[in-house]
Design a protein around this ligand. Structure first.
Ligand code: C2E
Ligand code: MG
Ligand code: MG
Ligand code: MG
Length: 293
């Protein structure tokens, strides 16, 4: 097998596993196309308020939940573990099925809002991840508007999380204003990992950003990561944006973030993503416990 792309007179070994991987990907795409809406299950992970935690106290109050999709993939056999989004969202984007999956997630979150509100007993922010492919779809704004209304009727507030990559496309940037007009709050996800210029923050209707967990992971051990996170927190404060730290796993990280003035945090330290019935139990408690130190 001669691989032209690698240049003249270069030979690349034929590797059967590459073919197998491509076949597996095509099978995922086909299974996604066949999957009914109910095959996509939404789990929720709490977002806590670092600043209103009592100093030295064990937990922090929950102010929001991030909706994270999982796939109950049916391959005819025994019940399998839920498939995580990193294994299928990319392929769903490539094949367009992310539109249907995204709709199903929005509808589930809007439906779950009343149960969530009942258990929390207060207004919570519900954060939904959206793909750039969804943003480009002509009906998206209307679907968001419906979800915003239903969520608000249940006493919760809908946020849409999107990565900086959406800022590359001028057409989708134009649509952000329409989205904001529905009453949805807009959040930048994985902040700091994109290559876009920060200029977009001047005029785009964002209310918050989430510092990517790759930075948070190293704040207690690496001065550079700590300086970067501190810079992001200061910038967010100067712009009047709410800052969420993702992937907080250790008490020390939470302590540093709190001292920096970072408002909100999310991570395994507080709680893993849970099914809606399990999250209801967590919401009954006034604060989330810290699970590990
Ligand atoms: P994300 O939006 O950045 O979500 C955070 C991811 O970090 C989640 O992974 C969550 O389970 C994980 N996480 C939370 N706390 C910790 C922690 O302390 N340590 C570590 N190591 N990980 C933590 P998950 O659920 O596998 O989702 C992965 C990505 O898939 C999400 O990243 C998001 O980009 C995408 N995604 C999830 N749900 C949806 C959806 O409904 N629609 C779309 N388009 N994308 C989704
Ligand atoms: Mg997210
Ligand atoms: Mg993220
Ligand atoms: Mg991510």
């Amino acid at each position: 097998y001669r691989a032209k792309a690698t240049g003249k007179n270069r030979w690349v070994e034929f590797r059967p596993e590459l073919l197998e991987e491509e076949i597996a990907r095509l099978q995922v795409i086909e299974d996604l196309q066949q999957a009914p809406a109910e095959a996509f299950v939404v789990h929720y992970q709490p977002i806590v308020d670092l600043q209103s935690a009592e100093p030295g106290a064990v937990g922090a109050p929950i102010v929001g939940l991030e909706a994270l999709v999982r796939w109950r993939r049916d391959r005819g056999g025994a019940v399998e573990p839920l498939v995580g989004p990193d294994e299928f969202i990319g392929l769903a984007e490539r094949s367009g099925t992310v539109i249907g999956i995204g709709d199903s997630v929005l509808r589930q979150v809007a439906r779950d809002a009343s149960q969530i509100q009942e258990h929390a007993g207060r207004r919570l922010d519900l954060m939904v991840n959206v793909s750039p492919v969804q943003l480009r779809h002509p009906d998206f704004t209307e679907r968001v508007a419906a979800a915003v209304r239903q969520t608000a009727a249940s006493g919760c507030r809908l946020h849409l999380e999107m990565t900086e990559s959406v800022m590359i496309d001028d057409d989708t940037v134009d649509r952000l204003r329409d989205l904001a007009e529905t009453g949805a709050q807009l959040t930048i996800d994985d902040f700091g990992t994109g290559f876009s210029s920060l200029g977009y923050l001047r005029h785009r209707p964002f209310s918050s950003f989430k510092i990517d967990r790759s930075f948070v992971r190293d704040i207690a051990t690496e001065p550079t990561a700590r300086a970067l996170v501190e810079g992001m927190v200061k910038m967010g404060q100067a712009l009047g944006l709410t800052i969420v730290a993702e992937g907080v796993e250790h008490v020390e990280q939470a302590r540093i973030l709190r001292e920096m003035g970072c408002q909100l945090a999310q991570g395994h330290l507080y709680c893993r993503p849970l099914a809606v019935d399990e999250i209801a139990d967590v919401l009954d408690a006034p604060v989330t416990p810290q699970l590990s130190a």
